[in-house]
Design a protein around this ligand. Sequence first.
Ligand SMILES: [Zn+2]
Length: 490
Amino acid sequence: MDIPTQAEDPAGFVHDEEIWFADGNVVLEAKGHVFRIYQGLLAHNSEIFRDLFTVPQPTSVETYEGCPIVHLVDRPEDLRHLLRVIYHGNRYYRPDEQLEFAAVAALVRLAHKYQIDHVRDAYLWRMKSCFCTELATWETVTEGPGYGSPIMKFRLADAIAAVNIARLTGTESMLPKGVKRDEEFWFDDGNVVLQAGGIVFRVYRGVLTLNSDVFAGLFSVPQPELTDTLDDCPVVKLDDHPVDVRHLLRALFAGRSWFPFSVVASVARLAHKYDMECLRDDAVKRIQSCFSHDFDVWAKAAAARGSNLVSYRDTDAIAAVNIARLTDTYNILPSALYTCCQLKSKDLLNGVPQANGTIERLTQADLLRCLKARKKFVHDRVVSTYRLCQFTPGTLHKCTTQPICPSLLKMLVNLEVTFGTEDYACLTDLIAWLEINSEDQYGNLCRGCQAHVQERALGLRAKMWSDLPMTLELRNVEVRGPYYPEYIYE
Ligand SMILES: [Zn+2]
């Protein structure tokens, strides 16, 4: 019985040094590596093995060193992990011991395959201590220097295997957040991976180096942060939100056409942080194309809620103010703060939730600035409405219907004051408003008086615009506006 029955076997097979019990009664062969263990123990743990041993084999049973031999397709090192657990139970890998990811992964895979549920569940649980849907857990286990929980250590590249195991075992709910590839920025020939929160981006080192002094510095010296690899690329961990990183990469790789404000805001912030001068300047210019210190540029963008470079919502003005402060671009402030003053008090006080999960809010100082300015804006709006029509039609205005015009002007004042005292929009285009009402009151004004009302409307608006820096208590900030005749205020 001690003599091998198959002539070619003795030379080819390698006895496992650890799992080779002389009194074992079955031999498992995996890629030329043989383990000798007990049928009963395997059958007790696994239905798959039980079936294998109980169903009579159609052909004569192949044996090796006197034992039936079972050929398996598993890797011997993986099988050894499983046999250790089957033979020793919890004594080999203690429940509180920190295991390598490779051992845990092998155990889950093989236990799943051989339907050894208690082993599969125990090691899945161990895997979940690192890979789970809780971002807080993920942040804890990736704090470094080495990644891992007290019971399992891993490398970032292992997360791909973890995803496959989650799929294999049907535990999609524990799919790791750590390594979801970004759908937009994963270039197959990329040579560096940026990891932000739960997302990895594969891009080009050369492009980052060319555009960012910070990245250039990071790549020029070997950094401990670059020791992790994913798909053979070094992994750079960023502490930014993936949404912001995606926006930055969009500006970097997707050409420079039109963007929504949220993209531009991310780019301005990250380009500032990573010293990407060109991108930062480009983002600031886009913001200035809407929140301009030039009246004409601002008025056009405000009417359209955007320019040819960027579109925005009024709530974006809060981010515009904060970016102006961050990048020392103070000429953004007058129009951006004015727009903040027009927001609902709720949004102004509580801030506005952003796509990256943060709340964009003004600093206390800027908030106070807005609250004070609002009073002045209400005052200005009422006063300018009175002044709009506060003239006695005469030859100076080339008035042709002197009996009617004064009463029409008085009606207009009342209408506008009732209509407009509750908001802070003192810079509203009054000419546009008057034109809406042209069919009734305004339309009956003579041409001369109409022209004069329009001139006054433009002048009043220009005056309030030029007062903006003062109203908002902004020092050393100037605005550019159209000429306004002084007589309006006399
Ligand atoms: Zn008239």
